[in-house]
Design a protein around this ligand. Structure first.
Ligand code: ZN
Length: 266
């Protein structure tokens, strides 16, 4: 009788142990997967991993992680290197190399993006994000996203300035954010008023305001020259880092405002 009890007890114990190991293994696999996705999504130049997952699922994970994470915003981004995705440019801060050209350029024309120049080049990761954003935009508006201007060289900016365009409207050569190869002017309009008084463009802009940060895009000039150095440009969007784009969106800041605070606290 004693032996029988022992065997029963042993059997029971071993089954509990097996369940314990199985649950532990499951939790470990889940944790590794979670760390892998978040790690690659948040910290690496190779953003492809983020886009391998359905948009809503991955952005849900990342947003959840961002909320949980203590280091919600890592402000040690590189604002100085020309090739940095967070390179900062304004009327006083330019490029290190006048003819900087990244080595990861691609054409941007696709089923969801119309490039009116037909041959605009854009950095690979930014292009991937743009294509995802444009695809979701297309699902709602049934229209391609229209790129009016992307990269502008030093020489091109010299030509723009030769037409007596004020510093509030046009950047000086060597100081244009377009020279990052990360910026796009979307849809055609010459002033904020003209852009926003167009019902269709206004609807596009509202959508961009609510959604562009999910694809890591930021509207650089939103708050007039005393903050952003230039007049408001609802068409001017740049690709940024995920934490940074989300942080700016959640805190209603522009990159110039952030940069100013960042340099003051340095
Ligand atoms: Zn622009």
């Amino acid at each position: 009788m004693k032996n029988f009890l022992k065997i029963k007890l042993f059997k029971h114990t071993s089954r509990v142990r097996v369940y314990f190991y199985m649950i532990s293994a499951f939790i470990i696999v889940l944790l590794l997967y979670f760390i892998f996705v978040v790690h690659y999504s948040r910290n690496f130049i190779n953003t492809k991993i983020y886009y391998y997952y359905p948009d809503h699922y991955s952005s849900w994970i990342i947003q959840w992680w961002t909320l949980l994470s203590d280091d919600k915003f890592d402000n040690n981004y590189d604002f100085d290197t020309d090739s940095s995705f967070t390179k900062f440019v304004n009327n006083k801060v330019g490029f290190n190399k006048i003819d900087y050209i990244p080595d990861d350029l691609e054409k941007i024309e696709s089923d969801y993006v119309l490039d009116i120049r037909w041959d605009s080049l854009y950095r690979k990761d930014a292009n991937l994000a743009l294509q995802n954003m444009a695809k979701d935009f297309y699902l709602i508006f049934k229209k391609k996203m229209v790129v009016v201007s992307a990269f502008r060289s030093y020489e091109y900016q010299v030509w723009i300035k030769s037409r007596w365009c004020s510093d509030l409207f046009c950047a000086k050569p060597w100081f244009s954010e377009h020279q990052t190869w990360l910026v796009l002017d979307l849809w055609e309009a010459s002033t904020e008023k003209e852009f926003l008084s167009n019902k269709m463009l206004n609807a596009y802009y509202s959508w961009m305001q609510d959604n562009a940060y999910k694809y890591w895009f930021h509207n650089t000039y939103q708050k007039w020259p005393d903050v952003d150095w230039y007049v408001v440009e609802p068409w001017h969007w740049r690709y940024l880092w995920i934490d940074f784009a989300t942080y700016l969106y959640e805190n209603k800041l522009t990159i110039s405002e952030f940069y100013q605070k960042y340099t003051e606290n340095k």
